[in-house]
Design a protein around this ligand. Structure first.
Ligand SMILES: Nc1ncnc2c1ncn2[C@@H]1O[C@H](COP(=O)(O)OP(=O)(O)OP(=O)(O)O)[C@@H](O)[C@H]1O
Ligand SMILES: [Mg+2]
Length: 279
C-alpha cells in the first residue's frame, strides 16, 4: 500500500487538484484507492461526492478504530475503485498548533487498521487499498503533522509565485523535521502547478525553486488549464475530460502516479513510536 500526502503551507495552490488527478490516474490504472480528506474545507469530499456516512474523519481521528474507519468511508461517485474517508469541518478542532499533542499519531493509528490481507478484509469490512492519498489543509498545523507521521511520501505543491515559493520552503522544513520521527518519510518532490509558459515571472520562480531544491523539483510542470476547473465542476476525473488540455494534464498525473507506485514502501503500516499513549 502506497501512502502519500499532498501538502503546502499556502492555500489554493492545487493540493486537492493533485489528489484528484492522482486518484483519476489510479482509477485508470485499476488501483484501489482511498482518498482521505483531512482538510476542514472538505473540497476533496465535495468533488468526489461520496454517499452520506454515519461518521466522518473527525470522529475517526477522535477514536481511531477499524469500526469507526469503516463507518466513515464511502464509495465516491467516480466508481467502486475510489473511496473517500469523508471530510468534515469538525476536524478543525484537531488543527491546533501544539506539536506534542497525543493526537499527532492518530492518523497513523487509523491507517494501521486498514486490511493487508483477505482475512482482515472479511473481519473489518474494510477494503484492501493499493493507494492512499491524503489531501491536507493549507497549514502546517497538527493535521498536516499527523499526515506526515502516517505517510511514506509527501508531494509539496506550489505555484511559481513569490509567496508560494517561501511557503514551499517551510513545508519542506516540516517534512525534514518529521523525518527524525518517521524515517520512512520521503519528499517525493516539489510539484509546480499552474505554470504559464509565456510568463517571465513564472520562469524566474521556477529557476529559483530549482536553485533552492535542486532535483527535488519535479521536471514536469503542471500547466494552467481551464479543463481542470471544468472537470472538477462536472464531478468527473480529469482523465475523462476529453480536451487537449485535459489530456496533457492527465499524462502528467499518470507519470506522477508512476513515481509514487515505483517508490519503495519500506514498512507495513503501524502506529509510530511518536504516537503518545491514550489519555
Ligand atoms: N493546473 C490548473 N489549471 C487550472 N486551474 C487549476 C489548476 N490547479 C488548480 N486549479 C484551480 O485552482 C483552484 C484551487 O485549487 P485547489 O482547490 O486544488 O487548491 P488547494 O491547494 O487544494 O486549495 P486549499 O488550500 O484551499 O485546499 C481550484 O479552483 C482549481 O480548480
Ligand atoms: Mg484543497
Amino acid at each position: 500500500m502506497h501512502v502519500t500526502a499532498v501538502l503546502s503551507l499556502k492555500g489554493g495552490v492545487g493540493k486537492t487538484t493533485v489528489v484528484l488527478g492522482l486518484a483519476g490516474s489510479a482509477l485508470k490504472a485499476g488501483l484501489r484507492t482511498l482518498v482521505i480528506d483531512l482538510d476542514p474545507q472538505g473540497n476533496a469530499t465535495t468533488a468526489l461526492e461520496p454517499e452520506p456516512t454515519e461518521t466522518t474523519i473527525a470522529q475517526a481521528m477522535e477514536r481511531p478504530s477499524a469500526a469507526i474507519l469503516a463507518s466513515s468511508i464511502a464509495q465516491s461517485s467516480w466508481g467502486e475503485e475510489v473511496d473517500v474517508l469523508v471530510g468534515s469541518e469538525d476536524i478543525e478542532r484537531h488543527n491546533h498548533p501544539d506539536p506534542t499533542s497525543q493526537r499527532l499519531g492518530r492518523l497513523a493509528q487509523l491507517l494501521s487498521a486498514l486490511p493487508r490481507d483477505d482475512d482482515a478484509v472479511s473481519a473489518t469490512g474494510l477494503a484492501k487499498y493499493d493507494l492512499v492519498l491524503i489531501d491536507c489543509p493549507p497549514s502546517l498545523g497538527l493535521l498536516t503533522g499527523a499526515a506526515l507521521v502516517a505517510v511514506d511520501r509527501a508531494v509539496l505543491v506550489t505555484e511559481p509565485t513569490i509567496f508560494a515559493v517561501s511557503g514551499v520552503q517551510r513545508a519542506f522544513e516540516a517534512v525534514q523535521a518529521e523525518r527524525e520521527h518517521n524515517p520512512d518519510l520521503q519528499p517525493l518532490g516539489v510539484l509546480i502547478n499552474r505554470y504559464r509558459t509565456r510568463s517571465a515571472e513564472h520562469e524566474f520562480r521556477v529557476g529559483e525553486l530549482r536553485e533552492l531544491f535542486g532535483p527535488l523539483v519535479l521536471n514536469a510542470l503542471l500547466p494552467d488549464r481551464t479543463a481542470v476547473q471544468q472537470a472538477q465542476g462536472a464531478g468527473v476525473p480529469i482523465q475523462r475530460w476529453d480536451t487537449p488540455g485535459a489530456r496533457e494534464i492527465s499524462g502528467q498525473f499518470d507519470a506522477l502516479l508512476g513515481r509514487i507506485v515505483r517508490a519503495r514502501t519500506t514498512r507495513a503500516h503501524r502506529p509510530r513510536a511518536r504516537q503518545a499513549p491514550e489519555a
